[in-house]
Design a protein around this ligand. Structure first.
Ligand code: AMP
Length: 214
């Protein structure tokens, strides 16, 4: 199963990607996670990406395209993969097409998770992430048992710098301007499935499974 999860920040892409990993036993490839890891380690990629990420802007296409090109060549992607947060511009989508055809892989599904803007702001401002295992919580909708402590690994929970309200508004504008055009890009390829993103995590997982296994 080779697919893309498309949707604005806070729509639940990361959470649904993890469910798909469990179901289909294929890797989740999140450019956001890869960039945050690079930033934490202080690699040249992380240093270059930091300024863009802090402002809620997209990092330049050439950097993320290179990450994806390298990642897709790894053995575990032969059976399938879930792209989470990539592509985010038409130029990235075209570079992905070129890479996939070179590797003789074909994309089967693009799931576009739809959530309105006010709901996204509520979700993102309350989001907290575990520093140790990456598990995601929400202070109101999915609070940890103990304040600021991860249920699974007891790691400390933190708020991503780019989950502050001013930066969130930038990220949503960037999504509308640069990423939303991908909806028609994949619709034209007949692989787009719009998924209503309001409801419980399980309900959305069911909608996704119904779309990819009709
Ligand atoms: P995410 O975790 O997917 O919300 O990504 C966090 C940040 O990483 C974004 O706001 C961008 O600054 C950067 N980023 C992640 N994926 C991409 C991408 N495909 N293209 C450009 N920038 C990206």
């Amino acid at each position: 199963m080779k697919m893309i999860l498309l949707g604005p920040p806070g729509c639940g892409k990361g959470t649904q990607a993890k469910n798909l990993v469990d179901t289909y036993k294929i890797p989740q490839i999140s450019t956001g996670d890869i960039l945050r890891e690079a930033l934490k380690k202080g690699t040249p990629l992380g240093v270059e990406a930091k300024g863009y990420m802090d402002q809620g802007l997209l990092v330049p296409d050439n950097l993320v395209v290179k990450i994806i090109e390298e990642r897709l060549q790894q053995e575990d992607c032969k059976r399938g993969f879930i792209l989470d947060g990539f592509p985010r511009t038409v130029a990235q989508a075209e570079a992905l097409d070129a890479t996939l055809s070179r590797l003789e892989l074909n994309l089967e599904h693009t799931l576009s998770i739809e959530v309105d803007e006010e709901e996204l702001i509520k979700r993102l401002t309350g989001r907290r992430i575990c520093r140790k295992c990456g598990e995601s919580y929400h202070i109101a909708f999915n609070p940890p048992r103990q304040e600021d402590i991860c249920n699974s690994c007891q790691g400390e929970l933190y708020q991503r710098d780019d989950d502050l309200e001013g930066t969130i508004r930038n990220r949503l504008k960037v999504y509308q301007d640069q990423t939303a055009p991908l909806i028609s890009f994949y619709k034209n390829k007949n692989i787009l499935h719009p998924i209503a993103g309001l409801g419980s995590i399980e309900e959305i997982t069911e909608r996704i499974n119904a779309a990819i296994n009709p």
